[in-house]
Write a protein that binds this ligand. Structure first.
Ligand SMILES: Cc1cc2nc3c(=O)[nH]c(=O)nc-3n(C[C@H](O)[C@H](O)[C@H](O)COP(=O)(O)OP(=O)(O)OC[C@H]3O[C@@H](n4cnc5c(N)ncnc54)[C@H](O)[C@@H]3O)c2cc1C
Length: 401
């Protein structure tokens, strides 16, 4: 089949946070790249996902000239509450480690990144089909795809980045890969509702009726989750049943009450812990969820995608400008340190807060002992605060204004 040829330096499969941030940073340094994504722009812009950004992720958006909208429309949080035995325990990030996080929805991050690519003349093609990576173990990799108008095209490049998310197909191209997977016997039931804030900061709530996260979106829209079975049926949950169940989870001697409102979105969110190693083969590199996913309890998914890019972008720039491949070829090893720290933190938070599947009171009591130990020790709270707000990036040159 005759294909229209597009020539570039780096071909990027997947225009989520990882792919678009990488594209933005490369373009800033004059490294030509093309991004393809099989979803339409407006579909991604309306898909609700993560909501908490580490301070380093915020700086990647503001200090590299993506957009400063987050500073006007996001909400800075200086901590979270751990709630157990029906009482709140504040983990004050600012006091403990001098850092904060920002509430700013992933779809807004996407809108800002896509707009920045348009503004800067970036080549991002949404709504493509049949993406296929070829010859990634040679110096002339290619990506075949059909564009949104049905025209068959081929990207001829020197490096391919697979940032195609948790159902990645590019990761299947890495021979000898090892897939480290941990499954959990529960999922999250997520709602979006029209209601005012139920709390000034997020509440992570442990109870014998399951875990709940009282999260937020804006002054008028709230996001909340409760622990459910992985095969839970959304249809079985009326609005009233959801609110009553959430109230049962958060109830306590302090009289805390959720502010109810009309629920306009209900979803069962499956999750797992997953890492694929290695993250590279020849001239194919993985970034973001394509290489790893975490349970959402630690709010790490999107941040970890940016963490990969903070290492991969400078390595690609150095290679493009000087031909030196060392940073590129050690990218996976270097990224693994942050990935496994994040895996550990997300796993720890998940195990500490979710009601165990096994009906054994010892396990619940042990969790309460752990929560008591964490909230009564400044050192333990510091570990939580440092992990939640994120470890610093050590290659900041691309982030200089
Ligand atoms: C429902 C849901 C809720 C979540 N909630 C949270 C949360 O609360 N906190 C948190 O930290 N994390 C959360 N996450 C995880 C977080 O959203 C991800 O970690 C983050 O999106 C990773 O970014 P990414 O760019 O690596 O992947 P993605 O955002 O998944 O981007 C990958 C892109 O690749 C495209 N793509 C896929 N296959 C192809 C193909 N064959 N050809 C072309 N394009 C392709 C997709 O359309 C997509 O746009 C959630 C995830 C989901 C699914």
């Amino acid at each position: 089949m005759e294909r229209e040829i597009i020539t570039t330096k780096v071909g990027i499969v997947g225009g989520g946070p990882a792919g678009l941030m990488l594209s933005h940073l490369l373009s800033r340094e004059g490294v030509d790249n093309v991004v393809i994504d099989n979803r339409e722009h407006d579909v991604i812009a309306n898909t609700h996902r993560a909501g908490i950004l580490e301070a380093g992720s915020v700086r990647m958006l503001t200090d590299t000239g993506v957009d400063g909208r987050i500073l006007d429309e996001g909400y800075e949080h200086s901590g979270i509450y751990l709630r157990f035995n029906g009482e709140n325990h504040h983990i004050d990030f600012k006091k403990l480690v001098g850092q904060t996080v920002w509430l700013y929805a992933q779809n807004e991050v996407f809108v800002d990144l896509a707009a920045a690519r348009r503004r800067d003349g970036g080549d991002v093609r949404f709504g493509v089909t049949d993406a296929e990576v070829l010859d990634h173990d040679t110096d002339t990799p290619k990506i075949n795809f059909t564009d949104a108008d049905g025209v068959a095209k081929q990207i001829q490049c020197e490096v391919v980045v697979g940032s195609d998310g948790s159902r990645s197909r590019t990761r299947d191209l890495i021979p000898g890969r090892v897939k480290h997977t941990m499954r959990y016997p529960f999922a999250w039931f997520g709602i979006l509702c029209n209601a005012p804030f139920s709390s000034d900061e997020l509440i992570y709530c442990h109870s014998d009726k399951g875990f709940a996260l009282i999260s937020q979106r804006s002054e008028t829209v709230q996001r909340m989750y409760f622990q459910c079975s992985p095969d839970e049926n959304v249809e079985d949950w009326s609005d009233e049943r959801i609110w009553d169940h959430l109230d049962d989870i958060v109830t306590g001697p302090d009289g805390y009450q959720l502010k109810r409102g009309e629920i306009f979105d209900k979803v069962v969110l499956q999750f797992r812990s997953f890492v694929q190693e290695p993250m590279q083969h020849g001239n194919l590199f993985l970034a973001g969820d394509a290489a790893h996913t975490v349970p959402p309890t630690g709010a790490k998914g999107l941040n970890l995608a940016f963490g990969d890019v903070a290492l991969l972008a400078p390595a690609l720039v150095k290679w493009a400008k000087t031909g030196a491949r060392e940073d590129l070829d050690t990218y996976g090893e270097r990224a693994a340190k942050r990935i496994w720290k994040s895996q550990n933190f997300s796993y720890w938070m998940t195990q500490m807060l979710h009601t165990p599947a096994e009906d054994n009171p010892f396990l619940l009591k042990r969790q309460l002992g752990e929560l008591e130990a964490v909230t009564s020790s400044e050192d333990s709270m510091k570990y939580l605060a440092e992990s939640y707000t994120g470890w610093p990036y050590d290659l900041p040159e691309l982030m200089e204004a």
